[in-house]
Design a protein around this ligand. Structure first.
Ligand SMILES: NC(=O)C1=CN([C@@H]2O[C@H](COP(=O)(O)OP(=O)(O)OC[C@H]3O[C@@H](n4cnc5c(N)ncnc54)[C@H](O)[C@@H]3O)[C@@H](O)[C@H]2O)[C@@H](O)CC1
Ligand SMILES: Nc1ncnc2c1ncn2[C@@H]1O[C@H](COP(=O)(O)OP(=O)(O)O)[C@@H](O)[C@H]1O
Ligand SMILES: [K+]
Length: 502
């Protein structure tokens, strides 16, 4: 499923209307009807519903919903913000259809005090004020109407976007509708995956309004959600006659005397995700501690690493930032025919050797959180968070690597500029050590998937699913530990393989 910016959505609409010939009024009818159908199970006959309509096409969708509500005899008031003559195009057409079907409206300008009173009495408010066409802070009278909606106790269902939320996300400080449900048309918008916009959507529903796929292909939208179906169709099959050497001989360079746990967690993540043979390079003083948790692995001292004995190298978790560990990053980078996964302290050192990335033959995957990404790019964390998609893509393309920018919605960017968003997981993962587990999972998957991209995306998806599984069945978001994540990988993988179609 594609994820679009405001400009991409407008271009896709334009293509659907002008090139394909699907008239705007038909798309609007589809949108309103599809939203109504999705909304219906949430409505009760005794509900008092207010549909609040703005001047653009978002308001046009509102007229279609109002007509559907009227046909099913729901107690509905339709409130219009602009004067009648200000409505144009498809919105005007649908206002006409609504009137001729027997509908009536009230104008907020004419009955402002009644509107303020009524909005507090509604049990459901349909927000069809502003959609993707909004620019900047909502102007008067929209801002006041948005404030009234936010003060009411009604369940708020937003059409396409909560009014006032910019479709592209990014920083904003003005008031916007705080929705309980948002019915996003055709495909998710960038705002759904960025702070602070994401918090306004409530539960998001994607509503198919019938725009053909070719419209997305023609606009070359390179951003997608990585879905459960993607996982099911790309999980690797374990060959019946395979042997341990066929599932990856991996070297994990991780851990230090201060951070033995990071090595153990990454190792456990890899072992639980199917790696054939795992060798861990940690300081010898901690071999016993780490091997208690990763009995299946073998160990090699830091001075004895033979880099070219391995099919891939993961380095960084708990490595330490001393100069003595920096040369390991340089060495791993210079063995340029071995796939490399760099995380945590490995990323700290990477900054000094960034030019080596372009010289490599084999792929490099990096897994920064926003703080690590800020350090790598020289930007602030705020700048990264306000432009997650742009900065991750630019870094991936400029250095020819895969970037896994972690967070609530992890963004995976490829060297050729494609981006995939993960929507699994929850704040139970906001704990030290969970990223180390992810490193292990990606590392193991790298050896077993047909494509590196599906390996990365599947690992990120499953890592999130493990957190969801734990909080659904046995844990709160407070008490999940990174080691619990390693222990719950099997049940989640088991469920996926049970459902797999490959
Ligand atoms: N074109 C299509 O294919 C479809 C689009 N649909 C709807 O159309 C919407 C986009 O329609 P529009 O482009 O008309 O945009 P909107 O309906 O979001 O509103 C644009 C209107 O708001 C005004 N406006 C912009 N910024 C403002 C601000 N800060 N304060 C106050 N007013 C402001 C503009 O002057 C314009 O009149 C989508 O969100 C969706 O709901 C649907 O009808 C389905 C089909
Ligand atoms: N609020 C959240 N919702 C969903 N996932 C989260 C959230 N917070 C963190 N995560 C995930 O948890 C992991 C944390 O990784 P990281 O910050 O590197 O931790 P550490 O280095 O301590 O292991 C990442 O995969 C990230 O996407
Ligand atoms: K809206």
């Amino acid at each position: 499923m594609h994820i679009v910016s405001r400009e991409e959505m407008q271009a896709i609409d334009h293509y659907a209307i002008e090139t394909i010939g699907l008239q705007g009024a038909i798309l609007m009818e589809n949108a309103g009807r599809a939203i109504f159908q999705k909304l219906l199970p949430l409505l009760k006959k005794e509900d008092r519903i207010g549909v609040i309509i703005g001047k653009g096409n978002n308001g046009g969708d509102g007229f279609v919903i109002a007509r559907c509500l009227m046909e099913k005899s729901f107690q509905t008031d339709v409130w219009v913000v602009p004067a009648k003559k200000e409505l144009t195009g498809d919105a005007q057409s649908h206002m006409g259809i609504y009137f001729r079907a027997g509908g009536t409206v009230r104008f907020i300008q004419d009955e402002h005090n009644t509107f303020l009173k009524k909005v507090n009495e509604y049990t459901v408010v349909i927000d069809a004020l502003l959609g993707t066409g909004v620019h900047g802070e909502p102007r008067s009278p929209y801002l006041g109407v948005i404030q009234s909606v936010n003060q009411s106790q009604a369940m708020v269902a937003a059409v396409d976007l909560p009014s006032g939320v910019p479709a592209n996300g990014g920083q904003f400080t003005h008031e916007a509708v705080q929705a309980d449900h948002t019915y996003t048309l055709q495909c998710p918008k960038l705002a759904m995956y960025t702070k602070p916009a994401a918090a306004y959507f409530g539960t998001s529903h994607i509503v198919d309004i019938g725009i053909p796929n070719i419209a997305f292909r023609e606009q070359e939208v390179l951003r997608r959600l990585w879905t459960r179906e993607d996982v099911l169709t790309s999980l690797p099959k374990r060959e019946a006659f395979s042997h341990k050497g066929a599932h990856g001989k991996g070297l994990l360079i991780a851990g230090s005397t201060e951070m033995p746990g990071a090595a153990a967690l990454a190792a456990k993540g890899a072992l639980r995700s199917g790696i054939g043979l795992l060798t861990i390079s940690t300081p010898e003083e901690i071999w016993t501690a780490v091997s208690t948790h990763a009995v299946e692995a073998t160990y090699v001292s830091r001075d004895d690493i033979q880099f070219d004995h391995y099919d891939g190298i993961a380095l960084g978790p708990g490595l330490g930032r001393e100069k003595s560990t920096a040369h390991l990053v340089k060495k791993a980078l210079s063995h340029d025919d071995i796939p490399l996964l760099i995380d945590a302290d490995g990323l700290f050192h990477l900054k000094s050797y960034i030019k080596l990335l372009k010289k490599r033959q084999a792929p490099v995957v990096i897994t920064p959180h926003p703080g690590e990404m800020a350090r790598l790019t020289g930007l602030t964390i705020k700048e990264i968070e306000n432009n997650r998609f742009q900065t991750a893509k630019a870094f991936a393309v400029n250095h020819g690597i895969y970037v896994v920018l972690k967070g609530k919605y992890t963004v995976i960017s490829t060297p050729d500029g494609n981006q995939f968003v993960n929507d699994t997981g929850n704040a139970a993962l906001a704990k030290g050590g969970t990223g180390d587990v992810l490193t292990g999972m990606i590392f193991a998957f790298m050896f077993q998937h047909q494509s590196l991209l599906s390996a990365i995306c599947n690992a990120v998806h499953l890592h999130g699913m493990v957190a969801e599984h734990l909080t659904l069945h046995s844990h709160s978001k407070l008490d999940v530990l990174a080691s619990d994540v390693t222990q719950a990988i099997p049940v989640v993988l088991h469920n996926f393989y049970r459902d797999t179609v490959c």
